[in-house]
Design a protein around this ligand. Sequence first.
Ligand SMILES: Cc1c2[nH]c(c1CCC(=O)O)Cc1[nH]c(c(CCC(=O)O)c1C)Cc1[nH]c(c(CCC(=O)O)c1C)Cc1[nH]c(c(CCC(=O)O)c1C)C2
Length: 357
Amino acid sequence: LIMQQPFPPLKNDRLIRVAKGLKTDKLPVWIMRQAGRYLPEFQELRREYSFFEICQTPKLACEATLMPLKRFNLDAAIIFSDILVIPQALGMTVEMQPGVGPVLPKPLTIENMKMLQVQGAVSRLQYVGDAITTTRYALKGEVPLFGFSGAPWTLMGYMIEGGGSKTMSKAKKWLYCHPEASKQLLDILTEVITEFLLLQIEHGAQIVQVFDSSAEYLNRQLYFKYCLPYLRKIAYNVKRRIRDTKMDVPLVIFAKGAHFCLEEMESLGYDVVGIDWTLDPEKVGNLFRDKNVTLQGNLDPCALYAPKEELIKMTMQMIKQFGTDRLIVNLGHGIYPDADVEAVKTFVDAVHAIELK
Ligand SMILES: Cc1c2[nH]c(c1CCC(=O)O)Cc1[nH]c(c(CCC(=O)O)c1C)Cc1[nH]c(c(CCC(=O)O)c1C)Cc1[nH]c(c(CCC(=O)O)c1C)C2
C-alpha cells in the first residue's frame, strides 16, 4: 500500500480521537448524507450536472463535499459519491432518477451474473480516489474526510432488485434458493469493497464507513450467514493491509435495522458502530459500556422537523442516554431531502454547546 501524500495536518481531530477511544473537549458531530439533496446550493449544482458527472469530476465532487461545511460547524466531511458506484464499476448501468433514486435497468440474474466485469473494477473507481485527494487539499486540514462503501448485502440487494425495494424479496430469494450463487456474488463484492476502501485510504480518506443500509430486511439467521462473515473479512483485510503504514484509519460499520445482531457488531473489527434511530440510546449505551468500540448516532432524521427548542431537548436527551464516553453524534440514518437547513445548524450547535470534563 502506498503511503498517503503529505496533506495539510489535521486541525480538528475530535472525531478521529473519539473513534479511537481518546478524550476530547467536545463531542464530534456529522450527518449521514450531509452533502446532498436538502441543500439549495447542491440542487443548483444538480441543475447544471448529472449526479454521476458530479461524482466523476474531482473538482465538482470536492465542491459538493465542502458545501455543508460552509454552513455548519461539522466535525467531518464525507466524500461526495454513492454506494452504487461499485455495481457501476462492475459493468452495470446505474441511472439516478430525480425523485426516485438509483435505477439499474438490467438487474442481476443467476444467468447474467458471469457478465460482471470483476477485472479492473476497482481501477474504474480511480475517480473517487482523485476526488478524495483533491478534497483533502481543499479542506486544508480543517476536519477529517470520510471515505465509504456499501456493504456486500446492501449492494447485492440493489443489483438484483434493480433499485430500491420495499421487501428485497428478489434478492432474498437468492439467499433462500441460490445460496451458492449468493455466496459467490458476496465474495466478489467483499473483494471489490476491500480494495475500494484501500484505494480511498491510499488517496487520503482519514476514516471509512461501510453502509449496510438494507440490513433491516434480514433476520439473525440470514445476517449470520450472509453478512457478518463478509463484514468481518472486510475489516480484517483492510486493517491488515494498512498495518505496516503509519496510517491508523478507523473503520465504521452502520447496519440499518440490524437490531437482531447488535451485540455481534462489537466483535467484527470495526472501531465505530453506527446506531440507527429505531434503537433506544440508553439500552445501547448500557450494552456497549466498557466494550472497546465507539458508538455513532442516532437522532431520528425526522426530529429535524420539530420546533427548535424541542429539537435541542431531544438532542440533549439522546446524548445523556448514550453517555458522553466514546460517542460520535449523528442522525440515526441519512438526512432527508426536505430537512430544514436551520434545523441542521441547531442540531450541530446544540452538540457543541456541551463542554466535556
Ligand atoms: C454517503 C452517500 C450516499 N449517497 C450519497 C452520499 C454522499 C454524499 C452525501 O453526503 O449526501 C449521495 C447521493 N445519493 C443520491 C443522492 C440524490 C440524487 C440526486 O442528486 O439526484 C445523493 C446526493 C441518490 C440515492 N442513492 C441511494 C438512494 C436511496 C434509494 C433507496 O431508497 O433505496 C438515493 C436516493 C442509495 C444509497 N446511497 C447511499 C446509501 C447509504 C446511506 C443510506 O442508507 O442512506 C444508500 C442506500 C450513500
